[in-house]
Ligand binder design. Sequence first.
Ligand code: GTP
Ligand code: MG
Length: 539
Amino acid sequence: GFSFLTKMASFTPLSNQRSSLKHLFFLPLSEKKKKNGPKSLRDLRAERQAQAERSVLVSCHPKTHENKFLKYLSRHGNVNKCFFYESFGTYAVVEFSNQDGVQSLLESAAMPSVSHESVVPLRSRLLSLRNVNTVDTDKQSAPSANHRELTCPLTVFLLTQLEQQIVSLTEAHSLTDENTRLRFLVCSLLNDIAAAYFPQSSIKPFGSSVNGFGKLGCDLDMILDLDGTSEGNANMPRSGMYMEYLVKRTSSERAVTQSVLSVIAGCLDQFGPGCVGVQKILNARCPLVRFAHQPSGFQCDLTASNRVAMRSTELLYLFGELDARVRPLVFTVRCWARAHGVTSPIPGAWITNFSLTIMVLFFLQRRNPPILPTLDRLKELAEPSEKCVLDGNDCTFTSDFHRISLETNTETLDQLLGDFFEFYSTFIFNRMSINLGRYGKEHKPELHPLYIQNPFETSLNISKNVNSSQLERFVTLCQESAWLLQSGSHLNTLLLPSHISVVRGRKKRKSQPASERIKGLLESLRIKNNQDTNDIDFH
Ligand code: GTP
Ligand code: MG
């Protein structure tokens, strides 16, 4: 797919951004905290955003000579990081050690002179590398050896074969450091356009780009925050004179969002370098602008004033950080669901990835002892300063890992995956709801086949689009998958639709790409694992 990043070369050793799952898996949480942090999402964002702001994106010739390019860049400033990737051509992400480097590079850049066309003279940090001499085709261009080290080497000792496969699948699929940098850079580039109208604005990624459950190729969800953090009137004095901005008023926040997004969509469409296929979807419950950002290959959704979604992102991130088994399990279930058409990129009566993730988290809250705490518990642990009410919804919970203590649960990923399928094979969907808030059987307040309570807007069902035949299919697939795992099947059996009769029995599926992709992935894992360990056989 066009949104998969192919890495070509990188001159800096890759940071250990992707910590070895396995390594983490066997460290008690307290050890993990001492070693790696866990960083709060807020800190992580700030760091990524700062990197993005001193970076540029450069379209290059595929045979660009890396060292000469770096030498050229270093005339403008010290380069912290530079890597190449392909997406409708070759691009380089260049991060300078400070913004002066970016400024100097931009000042040196020329407007293209074209004879039969005209250009929109918008100067952005999306550049194109030109060479006055003939194209440099000498040697080089083979990917540097250090680039393969993206995933940490896997050792086989402690994990069972199935666990090993789950971990490999997760490592092969999750967002890399480079991909994440590029996501923040795209937000920062787009914000330069919004900032022409709203100098205080910032565009921030949310959803799976930052919640820890992102897969290579997932869309880029962004929120446009127009006025800093919308944190209200820091400047208002208790008494005396003060200035207020004279502003235009409209009937509702929704109307403001719609008109701002409409203008931004127009700008992106007409001036935004690399933005194509811009669609305004302004009448949706959550108005948005959808487009493809061609240089990055990302499918983008830009929303505004969607603060609750930012909070859900933070909650999912927190859950993913609390226990090292959460992410591999969510990944595997998502891959499984995609392979069997339980989820789909096309909107419809399917379960969404967001719903599915909540189903996994809910299941993990119900282990004995629980692997994850409830949202109510996280709320109780919050300090007064963490109180957060958005649009009338209580979105309070603690983000402080040190305040959350968990009971020891030593279940393996094998067990958990099998039990996940069991759990939902027998879940009483017609009477019960799925609710991250608290323990205790929650009765369904309404009749939709699947009821998953929105964590923060608790009167809403996030899965009311799911019809009963989709839910039945999900349950049957869970039953069959539980059975396959009990009879010792490998992960590939579980991920290939042909092995499961609920799919086999149906008409031939029209679209094969997902299963083909996963087959390809398994194939590559098999090769990788054989290289690494010689003793894993996926077939
Ligand atoms: P991907 O499938 O990898 O894109 O996962 P995602 O988590 O990014 O999902 P998606 O792009 O569909 O939505 C982005 C974010 O919007 C989610 O992470 C949620 O925070 C929020 N969101 C998505 N669907 C719903 C919904 O039905 N209700 C509510 N309240 N929020 C949603
Ligand atoms: Mg998304």
